[in-house]
Design a protein around this ligand. Structure first.
Ligand SMILES: [Fe+2]
Length: 365
């Protein structure tokens, strides 16, 4: 078990999880692997996940469900399979007062690794407790406090609202992601906004959707790495070179088979085969469209012990960074990798485009 300081006045509650920055550290990426999604094994009734639940409610119609009475640490492998399916369907799941917070590095990793091999981040910090240890190199520490202002600094010249998929430039990007809040600032703030890319895609006009299907886009870590270098100079952490991948603009979830929009403003650079101005125009529209998508997102407020699980293949998320600078926000993330993104095939005309054009007759154009 991990040491825990119960006195907030004496510093962080979880000193073993404080961030460690090593500019000389290098890591080996996970590499190609065969992914079998646990959601395929799930009970469609989610009985193994929800049998002890005392309360289950939606955070918004199209994204997010909060579940009370369930401890992630107590779930059987079958319960974790159900969690994968429910998360794919709802985009994100919120659990409160979790023992997962205090389960220790090994158990925390064991549960997250049920969903795929754990990603190793190229520049975000690992826990301080295990410096020079491979035991924690999969942990990403999110720490914002008066004694560490790296996060504030990195967003000082732009809006902190930036919807993204974590690490989409991987050849096999993340599926489920575990975000565990250890300590949150007093009062409101420091939420995560999670947005359904399934609904975002569905809400586009049928003929516009058809235009996007079949396109591919380049995803790269070039910009975040440039920002890390700009902000931290010689102390910048660069464990891996720039990663780059080409992914479909519209993907299909391997379990639900639903289509989702898969371009994001942190990592998607260009649409393959289009001139720069064409690509910039389309991507700007799509990023703005996601930013405006108040009707397909939910906002998760944290307490210590809150664990949020989201499926990166069907959502994007953004921090809010709206609390008082200097307030301590301390969390960790574990990020299982998943399938090579599956392209949505351009469908035969099913009449939806013609129906869409019928909007003209209704005076809606
Ligand atoms: Fe993120």
């Amino acid at each position: 078990m991990i040491a825990k300081d119960e006195s907030p006045d004496n510093g962080p509650l979880y000193p073993d999880y404080l961030p460690h920055y090593d500019p000389l550290e290098k890591i080996q990426p996970v590499g190609p692997f065969e992914h079998v999604d646990p959601g395929h094994r799930a009970d469609p009734n989610l009985s193994n996940l929800l049998k002890d639940a005392t309360k289950v409610f939606e955070l918004s119609p199209h994204c997010g469900t909060e579940i009370h009475g369930v401890q992630i640490c107590d779930l059987s492998p079958e319960g974790l399979d159900d969690l994968a399916l429910m998360c794919a369907e709802r985009g994100c799941l919120v659990f409160r007062n979790q023992t997962y917070t205090d389960a220790g590095f090994a158990r925390q990793k064991e549960i997250a690794a049920h969903f795929g091999p754990l990603h190793k981040h190229g520049w975000m910090p690992h826990p301080k407790a295990a410096v020079h240890s491979a035991d924690t190199e999969e942990f990403v520490i999110v720490y914002d406090s008066k004694d560490d202002l790296r996060i504030r600094k990195s967003w000082s010249r732009k809006s902190p609202i930036q919807f993204h998929v974590d690490q989409s430039p991987e050849l096999q990007p993340p599926g489920l992601t575990f975000f565990c809040m250890l300590e949150s600032p007093p009062g409101a703030g420091g939420d995560t906004i999670i947005s359904s890319m399934t609904r975002a895609y569905e809400r586009l006009s049928p003929s516009f959707r058809r235009r996007l299907e079949g396109l591919n886009a380049i995803h790269t870590t070039a910009n975040p790495i440039a920002r890390e270098l700009r902000d931290n100079g010689d102390l910048a952490v660069l464990r891996r070179p720039i990663t780059k991948a080409v992914h479909p603009v519209v993907t299909v979830h391997p379990v639900t088979k639903k289509k989702a929009l898969f371009v994001n403003s942190s990592y998607t650079q260009r649409i393959v085969g289009w001139d720069d101005e064409e690509s910039d125009y389309m991507l700007k529209f799509l990023f703005d469209y996601v930013n405006r998508g108040q009707d397909f997102c939910c906002r998760v407020r944290y307490e210590p012990g809150t664990v949020v699980v989201w499926d990166q293949r069907v959502t994007q998320h953004s921090q809010t960074l709206d609390y008082q600078p200097g307030g301590r926000r301390h969390a960790f993330r574990l990020t299982p990798l998943a399938n090579v993104p599956i392209p949505a095939l351009v469908e035969e005309d099913d009449g939806e485009c013609a129906k869409d054009e019928g909007r003209m007759m209704l005076g809606l154009c």
